[in-house]
Design a protein around this ligand. Structure first.
Ligand code: NDP
Length: 287
């Protein structure tokens, strides 16, 4: 039976540390504050927002939600983003994406100041992540994967890591973060040939493809560590969700695996707070 890499233990340890940091910052007169920019009220966004608020509350951090109507015009929304960006009380910004189709998302992303871009929405932040510049915040999900790997003392140096998925929000930045820790990286995607055998060569396999239970016994080998980033509707259990990994067939083979739910997704809001606190420290010359 594989060891379960549970996200809650990682998030709990992180929150304990963050609470102390927030207390110290408050003693110096600073309260880290997250600005949440949301257009409309998509259930997924509201769910994540609820989790982010709860995490902020649990560590004593503050937040403010900037909600715009679904049909907001480009110019008006640009004003909102610029105002939140210029707001001296806000240290970090979470903006839900994708934005409604009528908005020019690329342009709006570029309006988020890099020093407040705690979920890596702008190309400026992505550039810093790719250049290993520690003042650029990677997206929260790949950072959560790295925090899980560190918490469970999984060695990366010289190891073969296969990242399944090449999106800008998970796959690509995750590959950069793994490489920073001296792993040897292979990035796979929908056109990769011999996908199963490439995945099976990994010491660490991370699935971020958005395909329910696609990664089955044919993709893995004994001794592997598997992280499952996927959040998909479970085709076998309506109303429930599942990962990109077919847990039932993979878990008996591999050494360690993150569950879904209860794995990577349980760590992301703590990362969001961690990066907002870091942003607060950097903005005030405390880091
Ligand atoms: P995207 O749809 O943006 O990217 C999916 C990637 O997977 C693409 O690179 C795509 O390849 C690749 N892919 C799709 N199908 C296959 C296939 N059959 N074989 C090989 N590669 C394939 O998804 P995201 O990166 O945004 O999200 C990935 C998953 O992670 C989703 O389940 C999402 O819900 C989840 N997620 C979870 C988060 C969390 O906090 N736990 C946060 C963000 C996302 P190509 O580029 O060739 O099209």
């Amino acid at each position: 039976m594989a060891e379960l890499l549970k996200g809650k233990a990682v998030a709990d340890a992180m929150k304990e540390e963050l609470s102390k940091k927030v207390s110290d910052l408050k003693a110096k007169g600073f309260t880290p504050r997250l600005g949440i920019i949301r257009v409309g009220a998509r259930p997924d966004d509201l769910f994540y927002e609820g989790g982010a608020k709860k995490t902020c509350d649990s560590i004593g951090m503050s937040y403010e939600v900037f909600e715009s109507p679904q049909d907001i015009a480009q110019e008006e929304f640009e004003k909102v983003v610029l105002e939140v960006g210029a707001n001296k009380e806000i240290n970090g910004i979470l903006m839900f994406a994708p934005l409604p189709k009528h908005l020019n998302e690329r342009k709006i992303r570029s309006l988020i100041p890099v020093e407040k871009d705690v979920d890596c929405m702008s190309l400026g932040s992505a550039g810093k992540v790719f250049a290993d510049d520690p003042t650029g915040f990677p997206p929260c999900t790949p950072t959560a994967c790295m925090d899980i790997i560190k918490f469970y003392n999984i060695p990366l140096k010289g190891k073969r890591a296969v990242v399944l998925g090449r999106s800008l929000v998970v796959g690509k930045p995750l590959a950069m973060l793994l490489m920073r820790e001296h792993a040897t990286i292979t990035i796979c995607h929908s056109r990769t040939e011999n996908l199963e055998s490439v995945c099976a060569e990994a010491d660490i396999l991370i699935a971020a493809i958005g395909k329910a239970k696609m990664v089955n016994a044919g993709y893995v080998k004994p001794g592997q560590i598997v992280l499952d980033v996927g959040i998909n509707e479970d085709p076998d259990n309506p109303g429930k969700y599942c990962g990109d990994v077919d847990f039932a067939s993979v878990e008996p083979i591999v050494e360690k695996i993150t569950p879904v739910p209860g794995g990577v997704g349980s760590v992301t809001t703590s990362v969001l707070c961690k990066q907002t606190i870091m942003a607060c420290e950097l903005q005030n010359g405390l880091a």
